[in-house]
Design a protein around this ligand. Sequence first.
Ligand SMILES: Cc1cc2nc3c(=O)[nH]c(=O)nc-3n(C[C@H](O)[C@H](O)[C@H](O)COP(=O)(O)OP(=O)(O)OC[C@H]3O[C@@H](n4cnc5c(N)ncnc54)[C@H](O)[C@@H]3O)c2cc1C
Length: 358
Amino acid sequence: MRREPLILGGGPAGSAAAITLARGGARPLVIERTRETGDALCGGFLSWRTLETLASLGIAADALNPARVVRVRIFARGRRVEAALPAPAIGVSRTRLDTLLLDRAVQNGAAVERGVVARAIEDGAIRTGDGALLASDALFLASGKHDVRGAARPSAARGVDPTLGLRTRRRGVDLARRVGDAIELHLFDRGYAGVVLQEDGSANVCLAIRRSRLTEAGSPDALLAALADELPVFADRLVGDATPVEAIANVPYGWRARHGTDGCYRLGDQAAVIPSLAGEGMGIALASGVSAAKAWLAGEPSATWQSRFARQTARPVLLASTIRAMAERPPMIAPLLPIAARLGLIDAVAAATRITPG
Ligand SMILES: Cc1cc2nc3c(=O)[nH]c(=O)nc-3n(C[C@H](O)[C@H](O)[C@H](O)COP(=O)(O)OP(=O)(O)OC[C@H]3O[C@@H](n4cnc5c(N)ncnc54)[C@H](O)[C@@H]3O)c2cc1C
């Protein structure tokens, strides 16, 4: 059995844990199923708070994207409101972010084995795709959106009309001008689309929608066509060269791991899934990685840490879930938006849905 920590997954949560553990003198091993870093399905918005955490891990915002996102622009039922973000944020591709994070982990002394798939967790050890059993005193479960047999999140967390994530990238000169320095949220019945420019100038168009809405449309492309008919400003964001629409099923928004098990720290989406409308999922991933690694280095039991982290995420996740429930009903939220903008509530909510590493 390894005495050194074993990290399952080399996304933001796993990398943040690896960097922190290695800096603290440990020699963590990260196992990652992909051989090369891809562009994970994500909205690509990094909040100011997430940028602070990244800076503490040695990754400067400018290395991700020199351009800044300074405002949020919300569209609902023909209404448009805009508010300044509490501090500058950025848009970035996951290829860029995940590559820099994993490189930083290696530079700090972590070992990374790529192309190794965890098939199951058995008695706290990882059963890999080739049948080997990897055991460690401390397992950091950072498989993100993907559940691993033996440690899967409960299926009830997905709800009766589960949420799907869809993403396409668009590139066009006019698009960059239209979106500019904003993160845009286009609200519609049972879902929303976020649009932000990334480091290569393309727009990341990412949707979180209820399955019933996709079923009614028939296919992701048909859904985008229907939304373009319904929402003229959103249609303006679907111009230019397009990448195929990618999808991820059953996102358990609102779920939190309230209790831990001995020897296993659940990180990132395996610890808490904040509705992506808040743009703080990566913030939670990084914060959990840093915080759990510090806990292990300080000898804090994993179960104690897990409960502590669950308390830390309670308010942002609950608030984001409430806002999301309203956002999915545009007739209800649209009349409130101008009032909320006048009262400064939009930036207040943006600030209150952030997470800080504890
Ligand atoms: C539609 C949508 C939009 C979003 N938009 C935003 C946004 O704009 N801003 C934001 O901050 N957050 C956003 N999020 C949330 C964000 O994407 C996640 O919270 C974040 O990726 C979680 O990081 P993670 O490291 O926990 O997991 P992941 O990023 O999923 O990384 C997990 C890693 O583990 C590896 N892995 C998985 N299973 C195995 C296995 N069995 N064996 C070996 N390796 C494995 C994967 O290959 C991957 O590299 C969004 C989410 C969705 C669904």
